[in-house]
Design a protein around this ligand. Structure first.
Ligand code: AVI
Length: 301
């Protein structure tokens, strides 16, 4: 991890993986982002799930082994429990401390569902323990988190999911759809500065992880949509000339120089269905909101 972060910081165009945005505070800041009026994905997806929950449940079928990737506070999956009636719930998140708290509360609310939590960086490999039932696995990957992978990484990731389900398995995934730039710019650079805090908190996390001496006050948040690339980019930009040191390296950043911290790809419905096909899934059903800003897709193995 130290080598990976150092290499990213020392690259001509400095970059870090978006997974480092999520320490305990980063996970809480992301929860706050989901409450923002500008950040439409969470509420739009929730509205789709609320409106079409019964239809989705019919497509999915009861008694699934529900594997929630990037579960966080587990709220989205929990809202589906009364409809999906999963036999087993497996919450997976890179930030295990946050997950443990959420899962503890959830198990009290749903004592009859067998639950377990996995602290796992599933972005690079996915090894499920033998305690996870093999039949009727349903991967749940909401929130358009797949958008944080580049398309070729997204295909590789979807292939890994496909390899982890039998023929009765499936995927229920949330996709953020291509839309106008103004909506996307506002969603990733909100008036209150919560997304800025979320992005800047990465520097505090790097200080902890690699012993760096980033001074958060020397950096500013940038978040904008690149329509040609169909992605929102987040960067941290040096407000002044900055020198950063850590045990494995050091780097000077000129004023205005950036660290690329996240991409958030947006898809057309057809484009994403194509990706699913390349990964070995068949796209069974798609549900969307009236403005077609977001889509929930159920794809069978
Ligand atoms: C988690 N992920 C889908 C969010 C997104 O929209 O790409 C992360 C995020 N970054 C800034 N705001 C939200």
């Amino acid at each position: 991890m130290i080598a990976e972060i150092s290499a990213g910081l020392l690259a001509p165009r400095a970059a870090t993986s978006p997974k480092y945005l999520y320490d305990a505070l980063g996970s809480r800041l992301f929860e706050a982002i989901c409450e923002l009026p500008e950040y439409y994905p969470t509420r739009t997806e929730a509205a789709i799930l609320a409106q079409y929950g019964a239809e989705i449940a019919r497509a999915v079928g009861a008694g699934a082994t529900l594997i929630d990737l990037g579960a966080g506070n587990c709220a989205k999956a929990a809202s589906l429990f009364p409809l999906l009636h999963p036999a087993q719930y497996v919450a997976v998140d890179i930030c295990y401390d946050f997950l443990r708290e959420s899962l503890g509360r959830l198990q009290q609310r749903f004592p009859h569902i067998e639950m377990s939590g996995l602290g796992l960086d599933f972005s690079s490999r996915l090894e499920l323990p033998g305690t996870v039932r093999a039949d009727q696995r349903l991967f749940f990957y909401p929130g358009s988190s797949i958008g944080n992978f580049a398309p070729e990484q997204a295909i590789a990731f979807l292939r890994r999911l496909r390899a982890n389900v039998c023929d009765d398995g499936a995927l229920l995934i949330g996709i953020d759809l291509v839309k106008d730039s103004a909506t996307l710019d506002a969603a990733y650079d909100d008036a209150l500065g919560v997304t800025a805090a979320f992005n800047l908190n990465l520097l505090r996390h790097l200080n902890q992880l690699i012993g760096a001496d980033f001074d958060v006050r020397q950096w500013r948040h940038r978040g904008f949509y690149d329509a040609a690339a169909q992605r929102v980019e987040m960067h941290l930009e040096a407000r002044t000339d900055v020198e950063v040191r850590w045990p494995a390296g050091a780097r000077r950043f000129a004023c205005g120089e950036r660290i690329h911290t996240e991409d958030s790809y947006k898809y057309t419905r057809e484009g994403f269905v194509g990706l699913l096909g390349q990964a070995g899934f068949s796209a069974a059903r798609t549900w969307t909101d009236p403005a077609q800003w977001f889509a929930v897709i159920h794809a069978r193995a």
